[in-house]
Design a protein around this ligand. Sequence first.
Ligand code: C5P
Length: 397
Amino acid sequence: MVLGVTGGIAAYKSVQVARDLTRLGAEVDVVMTAGAGRFVRPLSFEGVTGRPALTDLFSADGAAQHIRLGYDADVVCVAPTTADFIARAAQGRANDLLSTTLLATRAPVLISPAMNDRMFAHPQTQRNLKHLHEALGYAIVGPASGPLAFGEGEGPGRMLEPGYIVQEIGRALGADPAFTGRKVLITAGPTREPLDPVRYLGNRSSGRMGFALAEAAWLRGADVCVVAGPVAVPAPYGPEIVSVETALEMHAAVGERVGETDLNIFAAAVADFRPTDPSEDKLKRAEVGPEFQIGLTANPDIAAETKSLRRGGAVTVGFALETSDLVENAQRKLDDKGFDLIVANDATDPLAGFDVDTNVATLVWREGEPEALPTMTKHELAERILQGVAALLGEGE
Ligand code: C5P
């Protein structure tokens, strides 16, 4: 791949990007503009990539170096990208090695802007970025908002953090036609059902499985929204996260979105019941007495009750945690909840279910034989589920 580096202070962070990509197995050719060389030396990049950083359009290594770079690259990412380079790219200029390489490539291109917030907000810069995205199909990743260079205050203009740039590059490389541009809705995590302002009924779901699915679908190019209860693990970078607390809130959030999605995955462990009459004040032991009865009301079954709101042709996946008759119970839920696939876990297996990184699942399809899968990580299972779903998404077109 080609990592283009232009002349902004964020160029020092590009060394980390080059290092991370190299450690992931990429062959990274760093191409620097003259401005980049004022901030960071070619040797810094050579030190982390093992390949000489390239700076000169008219080098003795062969006049057609830009053509080779453009041809060979599976992806080109420019990070940081200055306002000047954005303007040059938008005009199709070819006045240095990096701008020339852009014209010579047909690989996906990512542009990671980094500049002062006023320069970023300027209509010229905005118009150039719009052109790069809409007319040329470049992905514009960032900028992030936060502290800018020393003395410049805060605002939108910071280069995206290196780890996120690497994720964006992974997404450009992993684009799967069955998922690219598709809308995916995922529920994840537990729900909390309040007893009083400080106590709740909940469960041990961590959100790991839902987040693994969300990350995997995003890396395949989907537009992913996760409606997440109070999870115990950090959210993935790419998907939109809508945080909710109770089953009723999750129901409302799903209802608002499910009419527009191509794929729905119900991975949340929704509390089946909520306290009927939560107390407005903190319950006091002395007032409650030695025997405390809690009245419970059934929560809506979110998957079942939003079935009629789904788009025709949308694919829907559910989960089921069972202690007996795994496949029979799952098959019944396929119909009741309108699922195309149920991922059934045996709750008695210590390598499956809540709070662990692994899962042991049987895929129970509406059409076809159940598939009992070996123990794998939740990330591997997410990949496996999406591979299966890709075929159905293709059919729904
Ligand atoms: O009936 P059971 O709880 O086993 O069904 C599990 C499936 O239904 C999961 O996909 C879960 O996310 C979904 N579900 C739901 N709303 C509920 C209960 C379960 O969407 N109230």
